[in-house]
Design a protein around this ligand. Structure first.
Ligand code: UDP
Length: 237
């Protein structure tokens, strides 16, 4: 497979065309941003951890019946994925209160939720990814009711698989963000990444944060947190 011209550069990844029109190559960067791009930095080794962790999770999820965009890991930082049209929603699942949920509803971080929750943000940097509900998503033409049902069902299934998996490496899955895409035949598949950039991971025993909050909140040594997550995952290989 040949890597052709770059078609997109996001905050954490670049996307390239290939000689196959149905295949893109994703290239993960070490660049880190937070607060809608206001805070910028580098987390050395992040690109490699995020690439490998995402691919491990996508393969685990595929084995449990969740369709994903994953095709093949090409290198430490590069992966071949199916070409999809990204659904303009950030899908957030929460098991424990943290971050914006804690602020918005006045619930202390770390409070377990009575049930896992889902919320949607409109993927639009200029608007600051505003929170939207199901009706807004359909009214705005971001998705259809049918696609939204598929996304919800898949998101909770992904939560079940991931919660169990991370617990087995001593990590509590607090919350995470997913993105879905539509393949050329209209199938909804999991896309984007699953990494310490997009999930909150807390050590089961100590509560230590092993995710991007170490960067967002200046808690120190984000590199160490990303490497520690990868070390735990590698033990499962
Ligand atoms: N998240 C993400 N990208 C975003 C916003 C949130 O990956 O643009 C992830 C974040 O890492 C966390 C979860 O979604 O695991 C919930 O984030 P929250 O809404 O609490 O936002 P934050 O407090 O990070 O601003």
């Amino acid at each position: 497979m040949e890597k052709l011209e770059q078609i997109y550069e996001g905050k954490a990844k670049k996307v390239f065309k290939t000689d196959d029109p149905e295949v893109f190559i994703v290239d993960y960067k070490d660049d880190a941003t937070a607060f809608n791009g206001l805070k910028k930095g580098t987390i050395v080794g992040k690109g490699s951890v995020n690439n490998r962790m995402t691919n491990m999770m996508m393969q685990l999820l595929e084995s449990r019946g969740v369709p994903t965009h994953f095709i093949k890991e090409l290198s430490d930082r590069e992966t071949a994925v199916k070409k999809v049209e990204i659904v303009k929603l950030e899908v957030i699942i929460r098991n424990i209160a943290a971050g914006s949920f804690s602020k918005r509803y006045g619930v202390a971080e770390g409070t377990p939720l009575r049930c896992s929750t889902i919320e949607f943000s409109l993927k639009d940097d200029a608007l600051g990814d505003p929170l939207i509900n199901d009706y807004h998503a359909v009214a705005l033409g971001v998705t259809t009711w049918e696609e939204l049902e598929t996304i919800k069902t898949l998101a909770f299934k992904i939560n079940d698989v991931m919660k169990e998996f991370f617990l087995s490496v001593g990590v509590t899955l607090v919350d995470f963000k997913l993105e879905f895409g539509k393949t050329s035949d209209g199938t909804i598949v999991l896309a984007d990444e699953i990494s310490p950039d997009t999930c909150r991971f807390w050590d089961v025993k100590t509560g230590e944060k092993l995710d991007k909050d170490r960067f967002r909140r200046d808690l120190g040594d984000p590199e160490g947190a990303y490497q520690e997550m990868m070390r735990r995952l590698s033990e499962k290989l």
